[in-house]
Ligand binder design. Structure first.
Ligand SMILES: Cc1cc2nc3c(=O)[nH]c(=O)nc-3n(C[C@H](O)[C@H](O)[C@H](O)COP(=O)(O)O)c2cc1C
Length: 448
């Protein structure tokens, strides 16, 4: 069950027609990213860049940028991805320590020079330089030894120096504890992993056991090996692992970098010193292109299932939830039984987390996966003077450049449900069911 490593997943994508292999030599500075920008605008195949200027190592990107590939990852159908995700997430499987790790086939400890080994991409015209965007940071709580893994962007700052963007709760807390003791925090950065481990890393799971979660999502124990220079276990089947430590009490300018918000961001970040580069004999480097459909799909998958479960407990009439655009918009459909229910759904969705900035609720005859239908519902069932909710003065997404000082912002809710008792006036036009079914059968022959 599951995929052994990134190469295994890429092979499967090739067989399924979900991978394009690019033979032209491309520069890691802008040229590869420019292809990923085009691919990342709609659901499109994963890409393997086989010839990277100045390097022997290929680069893979857009790995999870389509529902079909999310379904392949879970060996299910696109309609069932969210359900399968929740099923797998509910069963933790303990990791397993192994003595042989393919990722330790090559170990470099002396004269480390990250840029000479790794084809780290430069993405956007105003980026300060190259960034590792798909580094999975493994670390331990310095007090309890509990493990976590998250994806955190890393700016290349020197031969063995990286800036690290720590925003998420668990990793920030682990580093805060190390700093409080004036100690560095040892980490291992894995690059090029199987897709379920990648999904594990970006899953919001504050203080939960993410190594068990990796087993649950992948369907078998995550195989770990002891680090060579750090007391952190490393994923044995990663393509590359960088071992190092986050230095205490150091903050440096990180950016500008084109973020998942679609804007350049400059922050003050901690700094990592790298002690060892380990990699397989023929590794593949992998990347996320910020501000792409891949971002949206991953966040939708890892947040929607949980969100649906939580909201459904409060609003039993909720029939569907979709988080879109970097999880900033929550689309909901309900079968309302009173006029207060849509508003309750809006408030609950907006309070679900700080990233949700706008929520829209429609009736269950509207397909929330079809933007045209959602726009139609807003255009025909929503009156701004009475159906709009604005909540000012809330904590905002730190990446939202429109927020006010102190990361404060406001949220917006749209009730686009039809009034109760006016079903005939708001009936959707449609052919009779038998004719619609027949049409479906005919079009199926054309794969439509
Ligand atoms: C494409 C992508 C990039 C991300 N980059 C960062 C980042 O740079 N810094 C960060 O703190 N979180 C980032 N995240 C979110 C974390 O990976 C996520 O919150 C994860 O749960 C963090 O793990 P932790 O909760 O164990 O700290 C990113 C998520 C995605 C999908």
């Amino acid at each position: 069950m599951g995929f052994h490593d990134l190469k295994d997943f890429l092979q499967r994508l090739k067989e399924e027609g979900e991978l394009i292999e690019i033979e032209e030599e491309l520069d890691p500075r802008y040229e590869i990213a420019a292809v990923l920008v085009k691919l990342g605008q709609q659901e499109s195949p994963a890409a393997l860049f086989k010839r990277v200027k100045g390097y022997d190592m290929p680069v893979a990107g857009n790995l999870l940028g389509s529902r079909k590939r999310l379904a392949i990852m879970f060996e299910t159908t696109p309609e069932n991805i969210s359900e399968e995700y929740l099923k797998r997430k509910s069963r933790g499987i303990q990791p397993r320590l192994v003595s042989h790790a393919p990722v330790q086939e090559v170990i470099i400890k002396d004269n480390i020079d990250l840029a000479s080994v790794l084809p780290i991409l430069t993405f956007h015209d105003k980026d300060v330089g190259p960034y590792i965007t798909q580094g999975l940071i493994f670390m331990k709580n310095p007090d309890t030894g509990a493990n976590t893994v998250g994806v955190h962007r890393l700016q290349l700052k020197g031969k063995n120096r990286l800036g690290i963007q720590l925003v998420s709760r668990t990793s920030t807390e682990f580093f805060r504890r190390a700093e409080a003791k004036n100690r560095s925090l040892e980490i291992a950065i894995a690059i090029g992993v199987d897709p379920t481990l990648l999904l594990t890393a970006v899953t919001w799971f504050p203080f939960g056991d993410k190594l068990e979660l990796a087993g649950g999502l992948g369907g078998s124990p995550l195989e770990l090996a002891a680090g060579k220079t750090v007391g952190v276990d490393i994923p044995a089947h990663a393509m590359i692992v960088l071992e190092g430590e986050i230095l205490p009490s150091v903050r440096e300018t990180d950016g500008p970098f084109g973020e998942s918000s679609g804007y350049y961001t400059t922050v003050q970040s901690p700094v990592v010193e790298i002690k060892a580069i380990c990699h397989q004999k023929e590794p593949i480097f992998s990347v996320f292109k910020p501000w792409s459909i891949e971002d949206d799909l991953i966040l939708d998958l890892s947040w929607t299932g949980e969100g649906f479960k939580k909201l459904k407990a409060e609003i039993p009439s909720l029939s569907a939830l979709k988080l879109s655009w970097n999880a900033s918009t929550a689309l909901m459909s309900i079968k309302k039984s009173n006029e207060g229910e849509p508003r309750r759904a809006l408030y609950l969705a907006l309070m679900h987390n700080l990233y949700i900035k706008q929520a829209v609720v429609v009736d269950d005859d509207v397909d929330i996966y079809n933007p045209r239908e959602v726009e139609w519902a807003i255009a025909t069932r929503f009156q701004p003077h009475k159906d709009l909710v604005v909540i000012p003065g809330l904590e905002a997404n730190p990446l939202d450049p429109s927020m006010e000082k102190g990361a404060i912002g406001s949220k917006l809710g749209i009730d686009a449900t039809k009034p109760l008792g006016e079903e005939e006036k708001f009936r959707k036009i449609a052919p009779p069911l038998a004719a619609a079914n027949k049409a479906g059968e005919i079009l199926k022959k054309f794969s439509l």
